[in-house]
Design a protein around this ligand. Structure first.
Ligand code: C5P
Length: 226
């Protein structure tokens, strides 16, 4: 069976960039579990199941099985496009509005249970790099390699700011920094599968190294293990 690589860590620390590069290098499939929580959040927002941060859990639970999430790799843009019931929602799930609501949605037990099942199904054959918050602790506790990534909140906010500004979004740095800190707090203190470093995870602090150096570092860890 091909390997399972689990990457967990804080918001906006470049997990997905590293995960994508690594998957490409190894010929593995990349799965972005944050996109799955974001898609459920978008669905809840569109159906008025979350208004001013208040969630109608009964309605969400009732409609949970109507949410079909899929991914399609777009080679030109080197992007894994996310679909909600057949509609591309890649742009919408990355906006600040979804970002502001996603931690509340992902703190709900039945949402996590459903998405964890889907993730385990997607990865069961191996040959995957999956990133998120609970991959090494809950989704694949027996993963072949677990990475825990982090970087300072300011550096992460700056990266997110640069990314959104490049896309032409008018954003405020302090609002982004607040969002990063707020998500760290909710993700690490929630009752259901809080963001936690697995005991056997290898820590990668990328505050001061670029993506090529990160990839090289991980490939070396893999080589040392084989
Ligand atoms: O990775 P990304 O920042 O896109 O994830 C968005 C949010 O989804 C996180 O802040 C977290 O609340 C939630 N999440 C989670 N478990 C995962 C992946 C994401 O709770 N495995």
């Amino acid at each position: 069976k091909k390997a399972i690589i689990a990457i967990d860590g804080h918001s906006s620390c470049g997990k997905s960039t590293v995960a994508k590069d690594l998957a490409k290098e190894l010929g593995f499939v990349y799965i972005d579990t944050g996109a799955m929580y974001r898609t459920v959040t978008l669905f809840a927002m569109r159906n008025k199941m979350i208004v001013d941060g208040k969630i109608d859990e009964v309605a969400l639970l009732q409609d949970l099985s109507d949410i079909n999430i899929s991914f399609k790799y777009q080679p030109e843009e080197k992007l894994n496009e996310t679909f909600l019931n057949g509609e591309s929602v890649e742009q919408q799930i990355r906006g600040l509005e979804v970002s502001n609501n996603v931690s509340a949605i992902s703190a709900i037990g039945f949402v996590r249970k459903r998405l964890v099942e889907l993730q385990q199904e997607m990865g069961k054959e191996g040959g995957i790099v999956m990133d998120g918050r609970d991959i090494g602790t809950v989704v694949f506790p027996d993963a072949d390699l677990k990475l825990f990534m982090t970087a300072s909140a300011e550096i992460r906010a700056q990266r997110r700011f640069d990314e959104l500004t490049t896309k032409g979004e008018a954003v405020d740095f302090n609002a982004i920094l607040e969002n990063v800190k707020q998500r760290d707090h909710i993700d690490s203190t929630r009752e259901e599968s809080p963001l936690m470093q697995a005991e056997d995870a290898v820590v990668l602090d990328n505050s001061h190294i670029n993506k090529e150096e990160q990839l090289e570092w991980i490939i070396n860890v893999l080589k040392e293990r084989n």
